[in-house]
Design a protein around this ligand. Structure first.
Ligand SMILES: [Zn+2]
Length: 126
C-alpha cells in the first residue's frame, strides 16, 4: 500500500510503502506510532497510525491509462481489420463488443484500487 502523512515540522507530504491492508495491520508491523523521516526538512517524528492515509499507487494509474489509451485504438483497428472478412452482422457485432474490453479492464483496476484505499482510510485504529 502506498501511504502518506504530513510532516509535523514543515507540512510537506511524507510518502512511504508498506504491505498493510488497514491501520491495524500497519500498527502490528510498525507499531502504534510510525517513525518517519521527512525528505524536505530532514526531521524525524513518530506519527500515530491514524494520521497515516493510503493513496492510489501511481504505477497502477499509469498502467490502467496505458491499457485504455493503447488498448482501445488497437481493438478498434482489429475490429476494422477483421470486419471485411466477416459475412454476418451478428459476427461483426460480437467482434465490436471486443472494443470495450480495454475500458472494462481500466474500470476493474480503478475500482479495485479505490476499494483498497477506501478500506484502509475508513477504519481508524483503536
Ligand atoms: Zn518536513
Amino acid at each position: 500500500m502506498n501511504l502518506q502523512t504530513r510532516c509535523s515540522s514543515c507540512g510537506k507530504f511524507i510518502y512511504f510503502k508498506e504491505r498493510a491492508v488497514d491501520r491495524f495491520a500497519l500498527a502490528r508491523k510498525l507499531g502504534v506510532k510510525v517513525e518517519l523521516n521527512c525528505d524536505y526538512c530532514n526531521k524525524t517524528h513518530a506519527y500515530p497510525v491514524n494520521n497515516i492515509n493510503a493513496r492510489p499507487a501511481k504505477y497502477l494509474i499509469i498502467l490502467r491509462t496505458v491499457i485504455f489509451a493503447v488498448g482501445t485504438p488497437a481493438s478498434i483497428f482489429v475490429v476494422i481489420f477483421w470486419a471485411g472478412s466477416l459475412n454476418s452482422v451478428r459476427a461483426f457485432e460480437a467482434l465490436a463488443c471486443f472494443v470495450i474490453v480495454p475500458y472494462l479492464l481500466y474500470e476493474a483496476i480503478k475500482s479495485h484500487q479505490e476499494q483498497r484505499v477506501n478500506y484502509f482510510n475508513a477504519k481508524q485504529y483503536g
